[in-house]
Design a binder for this molecule. Sequence first.
Ligand code: PEP
Ligand code: MN
Length: 333
Amino acid sequence: MIVVVKPHIPEEKRTRLIDWFKDMGLGVHVSNGEYQTVLGLIGDTSKVDMDLIESLDIVQSVKRVTERFKMCNRKFHPEDTVITVGESKIGGGHFAMIAGPCSVETEDQIVAVAKAVKAAGATMLRGGAFKPRTSPYDFQGLREKGLELLKIAGKETGLPLVTEIMSAADLPYFEDVDVLQVGARNMQNFDMLKELGRCNKPILLKRGLANTLNELLMSAEYIMASGNEKVILCERGIRTYSDYTRNTFDLSAIPMLHELSHLPVVADPSHATGIARLVSPMSCAATAAGADGLMIEVHNDPLHALCDGAQSLKPEEYAEVVKKVLAVRAAIV
Ligand code: PEP
Ligand code: MN
């Protein structure tokens, strides 16, 4: 961490600042310039309150030179993390095609969609049973029953299962689930993240609606610091002032997250756009940007879907997207 002291600060005040840092257990490298003094703080600064230092009247500016996230940081783990889910892998050149309905609705629906997406090339089945809905009057998901139906679809197709968990108290129901999804609204549910860090399943961590990449990585750090290193990051669009799409797909987050972290990064063009016809072009764009996988909503009858019908592809449309995505992958590697 670098601390720049304002010009013309009396020696005695500067010394008091340096002693304060030393009392925190840090080494201090002092560089006296003609007009100002630059302090280089050496040691573990992860617990140092940067805002507090910046608020001091003798301090001009403070800059972190190492990030506060350590376990997910590529600096300390240069190779890509590869996560195995059933027979498929994700990360380090392995691409995951996660597809399925927003919500599990009936056995016929989830089995039909599972078979269709598998035939189209999907490698994992998604389907929400515990749904985080904005309105309490909207369909809340079939909960435990939904997980049972998802399991049937998994058995019928052999596809690994990805589904959202909203509370660590529900963990016992998720025994047969392969990947636990933390939804955008729960990205900073720190108690749940810690609890998921104590389980052994891969976690698909979605970026919050208004969260920075640093915050996303700090949330990944919560899971990893509690013992679970199998975290998959997911860019699913953020809130901006764009008015024709549900969210703004932050495509540059994909290569930036790869730069910052060794964890796999998947993209969700369905929630990012909210519009089915935009899913194909944005799937291609995310693939070209280096995503390690795509999570796409597919429904056998989008017009009657209980949730997110507007952004859901029909199975035949999904099959076309898979073909295009494979062509983009072939073109970029
Ligand atoms: C979902 O994947 O169904 C979902 C609710 O996504 P998000 O948490 O990104 O809104
Ligand atoms: Mn959805």
